[in-house]
Write a protein that binds this ligand. Structure first.
Ligand code: ANZ
Ligand code: ZN
Ligand code: ZN
Length: 874
C-alpha cells in the first residue's frame, strides 16, 4: 500500500473486528473494568459532542483491554421521549418508526468511527423487554412506600403539555423547550428521593476528587442541607373542626425564637384557607392564595420581590412566652421548603423585616452586637443578622447566639415543643408525564379499591402502538379506545388504567445496571453478574446532567440495593470515577439583513471558505461576518457533520482531533487547520512504516545486547513515551498530552537511521511496534493496518500494552573499558551519566580489575565520560 487511504483501511478493519467478534465482552472474569459512556438519545444523526464523548470512552476502553482488564463497554439508546412525539406530529410518522430509523442511522455512524462496543449488549429503552423490569421495580417501590401518589402543585409546561420534575425546571423555564413553567394542581406520582437525601449528600461528598468538583458542588447545593430546629406553635383555637391544632416551622435560627412577632405560611400550606374559614378574612385570603399560586416560584423566592401578604385572622401561641402571634400568608414562603411555615423574626431576618415594615407588624430585638447595646426597633433600617449575644430571652439572656441555637433546641426538645432538625432543599422526584412516548405506569384506578397495582404476571403493560398523535394536548393514551379500560384486578369492577407514562429519566437511571446482564428475563439484572461488574469504574458524559441524571441514577442504584435487586454488599455509589467532558465549539458565520439589522442569517462552515485570508460564502464569493466560537448548534449552523469529516479525513483523524484539541473537561474549538494537522500526523506515521518496511519486516524487536548512542537514545525516547502515554491515559485521563508525546516519538523515529546494523534495526522495530500499540486506542484502524504490514499477527486490541523498560529510561547504560597502566584489564557497564567516582567503584568490583589493583594504590585516574577509565597504579 503506497498511499494513506482511510476510506480503504477503515472499512477493512471494521469488518475484521466484526468478524473476529473483537469487542464481545466475556463474563466478568479476571480483572473486570466497567467503562460507561452516557447513552445517546436517538435524535437522528450523531453530532460532534457524541464523537468526542465516544472517542474518549473508546481510548480508555481499548487501552484498558490491552492492559489486561476485562472491559465492559456497552452502548444503547435512550429511546423514549418528547422529540419522537413531536416529530411524529410534525411528519405524521409513528414515534416508533422515527426512533428505529434514527437508531439504525446513528448506529451506522458510530460503527464508522471504529468504536469498540459490544453490540450484543445493545439496549433500547422503548423496548417492552426493557421497561417491563422498570414497571416491576416501580411496583416494588409502591409496596415499600418509595413510590406514592399525591395531589400537589406541579411544574407545568404548557408547550410540552406535561408536568416536570423540579430538576427539569431551569430558572423557571422548561429544560427541554425553554417555555415558562407554571404551577398546576394535579394528582401525580412521586418517588421518595428525599428519603435518601442524607445518603445522597454524604455519598457525593465521598466522591470528591473522583468526580469533577463542579458536579460535586452542584449536587451539594441541590440537596441543600440546613441544620436548625423544628418548633411547634399551638393554634390559639383549633381549626377544621378541631382536627388542626398546631403549625410546625423549620428554622435555622432557634436562638431568635424570642423575637418572633408573627408567623408566615405558604399560600399552598394545607392550613392557609382553613385558618381563614369562619373569619371575616376568608374572601380576601382565598383571593390572595389564588393569585400567589399562579406566580413563579423562582420570582416569589427572590430577595428583591415585594413582600406581599395577608392576615389569616388567626393566632398561634408562642411556645415559651405564651404570647399571641398573628398568622399571615406570605408570597415568599414556599411550600417546597422546610414545613412551608416560618416563624417570622423581623429584627433579625431581612425578609421578615421588610414584611413587618410593609404591613405594620411589631419588631422585637433579641440579639445585640457582642460589643454594644441592642438596636432600637423604631429606628432600625435593616435586620441585624450578625452574630451577637441574646437579650430579651428570659433565662437565655447573655448567651452567645451561636450557643443559643443549641441551647434553645435542647430546651424545645426537653419541653416537647420541638427540637433539633435538619432540612433539605431536595424534593421528591415527580415521575409521571402526560405524554405518550414513554413507559406506561403499571397501575389501575378503581372507584372502589383506589390505586391497584397491575398483577406482576401481566407485565409489561405495553404501550399501544395504534394511537392517534395530534399534538392538540392531552395524552393520546387517554383517547385510546381500549387502553384505559381495564377491570379492577382486585374487585373485578370497572376501572381505569393509568394513562400517564414515566419520566424518561427513569429509563436512564438503571440502564447502567441492565448492561451488565442485558438479556436476563427474570428481573432487571442477574444479581451475581451485576455485582461483579458494578460499580462503574469510569463514567463519561456531559456535565449538563449534574443535578438531573447524575442524581437520579445515584438514587435508583441505592433503591435497587435496598429493594433486593442487587446484593446487599454492592457498593452504594454507582460510579467510582466520573469524567464530564466539555463542549465542542465552532466559530459562527453570518450576515445581517440590511433592511432589518436585527435579523441574522447563519451559514454552515462548509458553505464558506477562506480566500486571501477572508472568510467568504462559496456561492457568491462575498465576505461573511465571523462571530465568536460557541457551542455547536443547529440554530447557529456552526456545525460540522461527523460523517463529512470521516469521509474527507477518516475516522482516525476525527478521533485524534477531538482528543488532541483539549483535555477532556476543556472546550474543543473545532477548526479545519487542527483537523488537517492531525491528518498530517497520521500520514507521517504511515510513511514512516512504509519507508522502513523492508528493514523492519524480518527484524525482531530488540531484546538485549550492547547498543550505540543513537540506538540507546531511541530506546530511551521510546520507553519514556510508553511511561508518559500510560500515565496520561490510565492515571491522569488526559489523552491530549499523550498524543503530544507520541508526536515527539514520531519525530525521533523519522530522524533515526537504522542503516544495516542488526541491533539498530531491532531497536527501530521495537520502537515502531510500541508506537503502533500506544497509538492504537486513538487511531485503531491505521495502527492495525500498519502492524499487519509489518508482519504483525492478530489485532492490536489483543496485544499486550507495552511495558516500560526502566533501565532504558533511567540508566541507559554504557560499557566502559578499564585501562590499568596502559592495558585494558576489564569492562564495566554503568549508567551513561555515571560520574568518575561511580565508574571507579564499579571497576573495583570487577574481578579482573580488582585482581590487578590488589595490594597496590591508585596514584592517578583519568575518566573520559562514556568512553574509558584510565588508572595509573603503583
Ligand atoms: C426564623 C429566622 C430568624 C430565620 C432569622 C432566619 C433568620 P436556609 O438557610 O435556606 O435553610 N424558611 C424556612 N422555611 C421557609 C420556606 N418554606 N420559605 C421561605 N423561607 C423559609 O433557610 C432557613 C430559614 O429560611 C428559616 O430560618 C426560615 O427563617 C426560612 F433571624 O426562621 B428562619
Ligand atoms: Zn417544555
Ligand atoms: Zn376494585
Amino acid at each position: 500500500m503506497e498511499r494513506y487511504e482511510p476510506s480503504v483501511i477503515e472499512p477493512k478493519w471494521q469488518k475484521r473486528w466484526d468478524e473476529a467478534r473483537a469487542f464481545a465482552v466475556p463474563e466478568p472474569t479476571g480483572d473486570p473494568f466497567y467503562l460507561l459512556v452516557m447513552l445517546p438519545y436517538p435524535s437522528g444523526r450523531i453530532h460532534m459532542g457524541h464523537v468526542r464523548n465516544y472517542a474518549l470512552g473508546d481510548v480508555f476502553a481499548r487501552q484498558l483491554r490491552m492492559a489486561g482488564k476485562t472491559v465492559l463497554h456497552p452502548m444503547g439508546w435512550d429511546a423514549f421521549g418528547m422529540p419522537a412525539e413531536n416529530a411524529a406530529i410534525a411528519n405524521k410518522r409513528h414515534p416508533r418508526d422515527w426512533t428505529d430509523e434514527n437508531i439504525a442511522q446513528m448506529k451506522r455512524q458510530l460503527k464508522r468511527l471504529g468504536l469498540s462496543y459490544d453490540w450484543d449488549r445493545e439496549i433500547k429503552t422503548c423496548d417492552p423487554s426493557y421497561y417491563k423490569h422498570e414497571q416491576e421495580m416501580f411496583l416494588k417501590m409502591l409496596e415499600k412506600g418509595i413510590a406514592y401518589r399525591k395531589h400537589a402543585l406541579a411544574n407545568w409546561c404548557e408547550s410540552c403539555q406535561t408536568v416536570l420534575a423540579n430538576e427539569q425546571v431551569e430558572d423557571g423555564k422548561c429544560w427541554r423547550c425553554g417555555h415558562d413553567v407554571t404551577q398546576r394542581e394535579m394528582e401525580q406520582w412521586f418517588l421518595r428521593t428525599t428519603q435518601y437525601a442524607a445518603e445522597l449528600l454524604d455519598g457525593i461528598r465521598s466522591l470528591e476528587g473522583k468526580w469533577p468538583d463542579k458536579i460535586v458542588k452542584r449536587q451539594v447545593h441541590h440537596f441543600g442541607r440546613s441544620e436548625g430546629a423544628e418548633i411547634h406553635f399551638p393554634l390559639d383555637e383549633p381549626v377544621d373542626n378541631g382536627r388542626e391544632r398546631e403549625i410546625v416551622v423549620f428554622t435555622t435560627r432557634p436562638d431568635t425564637l424570642f423575637g418572633v412577632t408573627f408567623m408566615s405560611i405558604a399560600a399552598e400550606h394545607p392550613l392557609a384557607l382553613k385558618l381563614a374559614q369562619g373569619t371575616d378574612r376568608e374572601k380576601e385570603v382565598a383571593e390572595f392564595i389564588q393569585r400567589i399560586r399562579m406566580e413563579h416560584k423562582v420570582s416569589r423566592g427572590a430577595a428583591d420581590t415585594a413582600k406581599e401578604g395577608v392576615f389569616t385572622g388567626r393566632w398561634a401561641i408562642h411556645p415559651f412566652t405564651g404570647a399571641k402571634i398573628p398568622i399571615w400568608i406570605a408570597n415568599f414562603v414556599l411550600m417546597d421548603y422546610g414545613t412551608g411555615a416560618v416563624m417570622a423574626v423581623p429584627a433579625h431576618d431581612q425578609r421578615d423585616f421588610e414584611f413587618a415594615k410593609k404591613h405594620g407588624l411589631p419588631i422585637r430585638v433579641v440579639i445585640r452586637p457582642a460589643d454594644g447595646p441592642p438596636a432600637d426597633p423604631s429606628t432600625m433600617t435593616a435586620a441585624f443578622s450578625e452574630p451577637g449575644v441574646m437579650v430579651n430571652g428570659g433565662s437565655f439572656d447573655g448567651t452567645a447566639n451561636m450557643d443559643g441555637i443549641a441551647a434553645v433546641s435542647a430546651e424545645l426538645k426537653k419541653t416537647g415543643k420541638g427540637g433539633p432538625a435538619v432540612s433539605y432543599r431536595l424534593r421528591d422526584w415527580l415521575v409521571s408525564r402526560q405524554r405518550y412516548w414513554g413507559a406506561p405506569i403499571p397501575v389501575v384506578h378503581c372507584g372502589a379499591c383506589g390505586v391497584v397495582p397491575v398483577p406482576r404476571a401481566e407485565l409489561p403493560v405495553e404501550l399501544p402502538m395504534d394511537v392517534e398523535i395530534r399534538g392538540a394536548g392531552g395524552s393520546p393514551l387517554e383517547r385510546h379506545p381500549t387502553f384505559s379500560k381495564r377491570p379492577c384486578p382486585k374487585c373485578g369492577g370497572d376501572a381505569r388504567r393509568e394513562t400517564d407514562t414515566f419520566d424518561t429519566f427513569i429509563e436512564s437511571s438503571w440502564y447502567l445496571h441492565r448492561y451488565t446482564t442485558p438479556r436476563y428475563e427474570q428481573g432487571p439484572v442477574e444479581p451475581t453478574a451485576a455485582r461483579a461488574w458494578l460499580p462503574i469504574d469510569l463514567y463519561i458524559g456531559g456535565e449538563e446532567h449534574a443535578v438531573g441524571h447524575l442524581v437520579y441514577c445515584r438514587f435508583w442504584h441505592k433503591a435497587m440495593i435496598d429493594l433486593g435487586y442487587l446484593p446487599p454488599d454492592t457498593p452504594r455509589e454507582p460510579a467510582t470515577e466520573l469524567l464530564a467532558q466539555g463542549m465542542v465549539c465552532h466559530e459562527i458565520y453570518f450576515r445581517t439583513d440590511p433592511q432589518n439589522p436585527a435579523h441574522k442569517s447563519y451559514f454552515y462552515p462548509e458553505e464558506t471558505e477562506l480566500r486571501d485570508g477572508k472568510r467568504v460564502l462559496k456561492k457568491d464569493g462575498k465576505p461573511v461576518r465571523v462571530g465568536p466560537v460557541i457551542k455547536m448548534s443547529k440554530s447557529k449552523q456552526n456545525l460540522v457533520d461527523p460523517d463529512d469529516i470521516v469521509r474527507r479525513y477518516g475516522a482516525d483523524t476525527a478521533r485524534l482531533f477531538v482528543l488532541f484539541a483539549a483535555p477532556p473537561e476543556g472546550q474543543v474549538d473545532w477548526n479545519e487547520a487542527g483537523v488537517e494537522g492531525m491528518s498530517r500526523f497520521l500520514l507521517r506515521v504511515f510513511r514512516l512504516v512504509r519507508d522502513h518496511r523492508a528493514a523492519l519486516v524480518d527484524t525482531a524487536p530488540y531484546t538485549g545486547g550492547p547498543l550505540d548512542d543513537r540506538a540507546l537514545e531511541l530506546r530511551r525516547r521510546t520507553h519514556r513515551t510508553i511511561a508518559k502515554v500510560t500515565h496520561d491515559v490510565a492515571e491522569r485521563r488526559q489523552p491530549n498530552t499523550a498524543i503530544a508525546a507520541m508526536m515527539e516519538l514520531v519525530n525521533a523515529l523519522v530522524g533515526y537511521d537504522a542503516g544495516t546494523d542488526a541491533r539498530r534495526r531491532a531497536v527501530l522495530r521495537e520502537s515502531v511496534d510500541c508506537l503502533l500499540k500506544l497509538l492504537s486506542p486513538f487511531a485503531p484502524h491505521l495502527c492495525d493496518e500498519l502492524f499487519e504490514q509489518l508482519g504483525g499477527k492478530g489485532l492490536l486490541l489483543a496485544a499486550p500494552w507495552p511495558g516500560v523498560d526502566q533501565t532504558a529510561i533511567e540508566e541507559a547504560t554504557v560499557e566502559i573499558p578499564i585501562q590499568i597502566n596502559g592495558k585494558v584489564r576489564g569492562r564495566v557497564v554503568v549508567p551513561r551519566e555515571a560520574t568518575e567516582q561511580v565508574v571507579l567503584e564499579a571497576a573495583r568490583r570487577e574481578e579482573n580489575v580488582a585482581a590487578h589493583l590488589e595490594g597496590r594504590s591508585v596514584s592517578k585516574t583519568l575518566y573520559r565520560p562514556g568512553k574509558i577509565l584510565t588508572l595509573v597504579v603503583s
